[in-house]
Each structure stands twice: as structure tokens, then as C-alpha cells.
Design a protein around this ligand. Structure first.
Ligand code: PMP
Length: 397
């Protein structure tokens, strides 16, 4: 019956992680998958999260959540993404549901858009997170790219990007990452975001913000700036968010999808269709993670503790970026490696090609993904020398 089913070659990033784990060399560094490691090279359990978990009453039955998730969790998502005092939240124009991480937000959002905007096509940055193609394309959306990364300057092709956005048809869907762009680490400046927002509003398109790294760029509020700005301007749009990284809750599948509408009546209708979309996919979201997240965000003390822990993670990433830049500068003084400190978030597009990436892995045990993307959140003082040394060797002109 199943003989014709082709074998799955595996997801390139997840497979690389597997190869890394099997690599028995004593000195190695995993800079491939998007996971935040602490200075000890461990995936942290945040103190705020641990305390919230301890406070959970374990005698409460494991009932199904409603399709849209728990009400408190949903309210706390909206407050984290938009801010509690945001005009769109106050006017009850935002329909928010619990999704299975940021990936779930993309899937539910894409299904919703495909159903109610069947003629709309999607534009996405070149390059983007590889799984965007699987999830969004898999939901049936026709996908196009707009220019983004400029290898010559290690910056954004801003003029070309703007020219492409200026050509979009009304109701086109535009996927944007508000902070910590995966895979490049390059974000528009606030001035550039303002200009981007103006075009999107003027062209009457549907922005779909994918915010998987809130707090890892410049701060929890700062990173959501363009989302809040556009929602305040009255844009109708979608926002996916994730607590996978900023709460280190990867496996609990805690994320959200918020659809910002023009009126609260519209938000009610949209919420109903988001519920229907969830029902058709997986019926309802998981319970445990949302109880933990609500425990953190709903308690002023734990929330403050969490915000401080996010700051700590962000600072460590910045420190590691600076340390790698200095390490490379010391070894290759003529090479311009400033981009390591101007980029934001967990990732850096290093500009390394496939052959260099292969050498780093095979000869030095340093794992990057084949596009040359490095997860800088995998750097620590323990592996920095190894990484700087081996990178300098492959980067030598
Ligand atoms: N969007 C982007 C840009 C991401 O990098 C990721 C995680 N790698 C996601 C969405 C998915 O987030 P989650 O792991 O919470 O599903």
C-alpha cells in the first residue's frame, strides 16, 4: 500500500542538529539551529518560568482548552505584543488566539487568509526562514519575494525593497519580521520601518508580522515598535508571536496569532473564523504551556523577573557578537567584520559560502547551516576561541 511513498530526506536544519549530536569530537560548536544557549552551553530554564511552573495546581483536571485558547493567556499575549494601553486593544479591535508556537500562527493565519482572501498572493523577504516556504506555501498561498539582503554591503537593499512594495496590488499579503530577521540578523531602522509602514498602508495590503524573537533585538517593547505603530495607524493586519525563545519554552508550543481589525464587530467575526480554522486543523491548543506563560505574565513580580531575564539573554548575545568581532579582528585585521555587532537577534548571515561552511564543520567541528547563517546565541566563552580560530582560517583571503 505505501510502497510508493518516497523517503523523507529530513529537514536540513534539524538533520544537522542530529549530526552535531553524533559528532564525538571533544571540541565542537553548534551554531546551526535557532536555539538560545546560556554561557554554560545549556538551554536555560528561566527562573521566572520555573517559579510559575511550581505554582501550578496539579490537581486541576487536564481538560480541553477552547479552540482559541485560554482567555487570560490570550489577553496577556495581546498585552505583550501591543502593550496593555494600545488603542487597538482598548477598542477591542484585536482577535487573539493561542497557537502552536510561531509556526502555528503562520499556519492558522495562512489558512484564514487563503479562505477569505483567495485571490491574494504573498510577498516575503529574500532570503527568509526556510520553513516559511513549507508552512505558507503549504497552505496554498502563491509566494513571491521582495529584495532584502545585500551581500555587497551586508545591509538591506532598501530602495529596491521599497520599489517592490510600491508595486504591490491591493490586498496582497506581505510577511515581515518586526525584529531579529531570520536568517540575516539585519533589521530596518526605525526610520525605514516608518517608510515601509507608510507604503503598506497606502497600498492597502495586508501585513503579516512574524515576531519569533521579541526582546532579543533591542527590548520587548522596542522590538514590537512597527507592529504597534501600524496597529495604531488603523492598519488591518496579522501578527504571529512566539514564546519559544524568549521564555525558552520551545516544546510547549506557546505562541499567538492576533488579527488587528478595523472595528470590534469585525474582530468578533474574525475570531469566530480563527476558531473554525483551529477546529479544522487540531481542534484546540495545548494546556500546560499556556498556564506557565500566564503564570509569568499575569504576576507583576514574575513578569518583571522575566523581563530582566530577557534583557540578560539579549545582552549575552550582544556580548558574544562583540567578542567574535574582536576575535576575528585580532586574527584578520583587514577584514570588515563590523556586521557581527550591527546585526540583531540570534542570527548572523556570515557571508560564508557552502565550501567554507563544509570546512568549518568537517575540519573544526563548527556547525553553521549551509546558507552561511550562524546562530550567535550558540556562542559562549567556552567555544569562542574555537569558532574565531576556525572562522579566521576559512575567511583568510
Ligand atoms: N518564524 C521565524 C522567523 C522563526 O525563526 C521561527 C523559529 N525558528 C518561527 C517562526 C517558529 O517559531 P516556533 O518555534 O515558536 O514555532
Amino acid at each position: 500500500m505505501f510502497k510508493h511513498i518516497p523517503s523523507y530526506p529530513g529537514d536540513p536544519i534539524l538533520s544537522l542538529m542530529h549530526t552535531f549530536m553524533k559528532d564525538d569530537r571533544p571540541h565542537k560548536a553548534n551554531l546551526s539551529i535557532g536555539l538560545y544557549y546560556d554561557e554554560a552551553g545549556k538551554i536555560p530554564v528561566l527562573k521566572s518560568v520555573e517559579l510559575a511552573q511550581q505554582r501550578i495546581d496539579e490537581s486541576v483536571p487536564h481538560v480541553y482548552l477552547p479552540m482559541e485558547g485560554d482567555n487570560t493567556y490570550r489577553r496577556l499575549i495581546a498585552e505583550t505584543v501591543f502593550g496593555a494601553d494600545h488603542v487597538a486593544v482598548k477598542e477591542q479591535r484585536v482577535a487573539t488566539i493561542h497557537t502552536l508556537g510561531g509556526s502555528g500562527a503562520l499556519k492558522v493565519g495562512a489558512d484564514f487568509l487563503k479562505t477569505y482572501f483567495p485571490d491574494s498572493e504573498l510577498w516575503i523577504s529574500d532570503p527568509t526562514w526556510e520553513n516559511h516556504y513549507n508552512i505558507l506555501g503549504g497552505a496554498g498561498l502563491v509566494m513571491h519575494t521582495f529584495p532584502y539582503y545585500d551581500p555587497a554591503t551586508n545591509g538591506i537593499r532598501f530602495d529596491e525593497m521599497m520599489a517592490a512594495l510600491e508595486q504591490l496590488p491591493a490586498r496582497a499579503i506581505v510577511l515581515l519580521q518586526p525584529c531579529c530577521h531570520n536568517p540575516t540578523g539585519i533589521d530596518p531602522t526605525r526610520e525605514q520601518w516608518t517608510a515601509i509602514a507608510d507604503v503598506l498602508l497606502r497600498r492597502n495590503v495586508i501585513p503579516f508580522f512574524d515576531m519569533a524573537y521579541q526582546g532579543f533585538g533591542d527590548g520587548l517593547d522596542e522590538d514590537a515598535w512597527v507592529v504597534r505603530h501600524m496597529a495604531a495607524q488603523g492598519a488591518a493586519m496579522l501578527v504571529g508571536n512566539s514564546f519559544s525563545k524568549n521564555m525558552s519554552l520551545y516544546g510547549e508550543r506557546v505562541g499567538g496569532l492576533s488579527v488587528v481589525c478595523n472595528t470590534s464587530a469585525e474582530a468578533g467575526q474574525v475570531l469566530g473564523q480563527l476558531q473554525a480554522t483551529v477546529r479544522k486543523n487540531y481542534s484546540s491548543p495545548p494546556l500546560f504551556g499556556s498556564r506557565v506563560v500566564s503564570g509569568v505574565l499575569g504576576d507583576p513580580e514574575l513578569r518583571a523577573m522575566w523581563a530582566a531575564e530577557v534583557t540578560q539573554m539579549r545582552k549575552r548575545i550582544h556580548e558574544m557578537r562583540a567578542a567574535l568581532r574582536s576575535g576575528l579582528k585580532a586574527r584578520l585585521p583587514d577584514l570588515d567584520v563590523e556586521y557581527f555587532v550591527t546585526q540583531r537577534g540570534m542570527f548572523s548571515y556570515t557571508g560564508l559560502g557552502q565550501a567554507q561552511v563544509d570546512t568549518l564543520r568537517d575540519e573544526y567541528g563548527v556547525y553553521l547551516i549551509k546558507s552561511g547563517r550562524m546562530c550567535v546565541a550558540g556562542l559562549s566563552h567556552g567555544n569562542l576561541e574555537l569558532v574565531a580560530d576556525s572562522m579566521a582560517k576559512v575567511m583568510q583571503p
